[in-house]
Design a protein around this ligand. Structure first.
Ligand code: BJW
Ligand code: ZN
Length: 247
C-alpha cells in the first residue's frame, strides 16, 4: 500500500536529490515555527510589539529614534528563544551538509537554531539576535544567556544595538554576494518557510533558477515564488523534510 508520505516527493525531485552534487537551502521564519518561534507573516501571524507592527519596530528609523524600545523588543524575543530547541527540519538540514559534496545553507533567520542543530558555516543574511554591534565602530559582542546584556561598546564607548538587519539597512558585507554565487552554482535549491517577499533574499531562488538550478519550495501556504519554482511541497517543514531521508 502506498502511503501519503511517499506521494509527496516526485520521482524527479527524489532522483535529483539522490544525484545532486551542489545544493543550496534558503530558510525563513517558517522553519522555526514548529520550534515555537512566531513568524512575521502568514498563518494569521503578524508580529506586533506594543501596538507597533514589526516592520516599524524592526526598522533603521526606530534605531535612530528609540534604541531602548528596539532593545526591549529584541530582549523579549531572546528571552523567548533561549528555551526553544531546533526541530526536525533544522536537524534534517544539518545532516544534508555531510550528504552533498557542496552544500550551502543561507538563512534569513536571526534565531541561531540552525547552528544549535549542528549546521556549520551558515550564511546569515539578516544577522543574529545573540550578538550586539556598536553603532560607531561596528565591533561585535556576543550576548550570553547567563550575563547581563552589554549596552556600551568596550572598544569605543558608544552605544550597542542588536546585530540584525532591519528594514532599510544593508546586509552584512559579503553575505548576499556569497549566497548569490552559490545560488548561481547549485543544481538543487530548496526554499523553506519563507514568504519570499523580502529582498534581496527573495532573489536567490530566481538566481538559482535562471542559472539552471531546480527550485523546490516547502511551505504550507502559497507565496509569490510558488508559481515560479519547479516543484512545491505543501506542508510543514518538520513534516516534509524528514521524508527525504526515507527511501
Ligand atoms: C512554514 C511553517 C512551517 C509557517 N513550515 N513553512 C526590491 C524590491 C522591493 C523592496 C526592496 C527591494 N530591495 C530591497 C527592498 C527593501 C526591503 C524589502 O525587501 N522590502 C519588502 C518587504 C518589499 N529590503 C530591505 O530593506 C533589506 N535591505 C536592503 O535591501 O538593503 C539595500 C538597501 C538599503 C537601503 C535602501 C534600499 C536598499 C533588508 C531586509 C531586512 C529584513 N529584516 C527582517 C527583520 C530582522 C530583524 C527582526 O527579526 O526583527 O528580517 S524583516 C523580516 O522578514 C525578517 C525576516 O528575515 C524577513 C523575511 O521573512 P520570512 O523569513 O520570509 O518570514 P515570514 O514570516 O514572512 O514568512 C514565514 C513563512 O513561513 C510563511 O510563508 C508561512 O506560510 C511559512 N510557514 N509555518 C514551513 N511549519
Ligand atoms: Zn565601538
Amino acid at each position: 500500500m502506498q502511503t501519503i508520505q511517499t506521494q509527496v516527493i516526485s520521482d524527479e525531485l527524489r532522483d535529483r536529490f539522490d544525484r545532486a552534487q551542489s545544493v543550496l537551502v534558503l530558510t525563513g521564519a517558517g522553519i522555526s515555527a514548529e520550534s515555537g518561534v512566531p513568524t512575521f507573516r502568514g498563518g494569521g501571524n503578524t508580529a506586533v510589539w506594543r501596538g507597533m507592527p514589526f516592520d516599524v519596530i524592526s526598522s533603521a528609523t526606530m534605531v535612530q529614534r528609540d534604541l531602548a524600545a528596539v532593545w526591549e523588543w529584541f530582549d523579549y524575543r531572546r528571552n523567548l528563544l533561549q528555551n526553544l530547541r531546533p526541530n526536525r527540519a533544522h536537524d534534517e538540514i544539518a545532516h544534508w551538509q555531510d550528504r552533498f559534496p557542496q552544500f550551502t545553507l543561507v538563512t534569513q533567520n536571526i534565531d541561531g537554531l540552525h547552528q544549535k542543530a549542528g549546521s556549520r558555516e551558515v550564511v546569515e543574511l539578516h544577522g543574529n539576535i545573540w550578538r550586539a554591534r556598536c553603532v560607531n565602530c561596528n565591533a561585535r559582542v556576543e550576548i550570553l544567556t547567563d550575563k547581563p546584556r552589554p549596552d556600551i561598546c568596550a572598544a569605543c564607548g558608544d552605544r550597542l544595538r542588536p546585530d540584525v538587519v532591519l528594514f532599510g539597512e544593508m546586509l552584512p558585507p559579503g553575505a548576499f554576494e556569497t549566497a548569490a554565487e552559490k545560488a548561481a552554482d547549485c543544481e538543487l535549491c530548496f526554499v523553506i518557510g519563507t514568504s519570499a517577499i523580502v529582498y534581496p533574499a527573495a532573489s536567490l531562488p530566481e538566481i538559482a533558477r535562471s542559472a539552471g538550478g531546480y527550485v523546490c519550495e516547502i511551505n504550507p501556504e502559497a507565496t509569490p515564488l510558488s508559481n515560479r519554482c519547479d516543484e512545491g511541497l505543501t506542508g510543514k517543514a518538520g513534516e516534509v523534510l524528514p521524508l527525504f531521508s526515507k527511501s
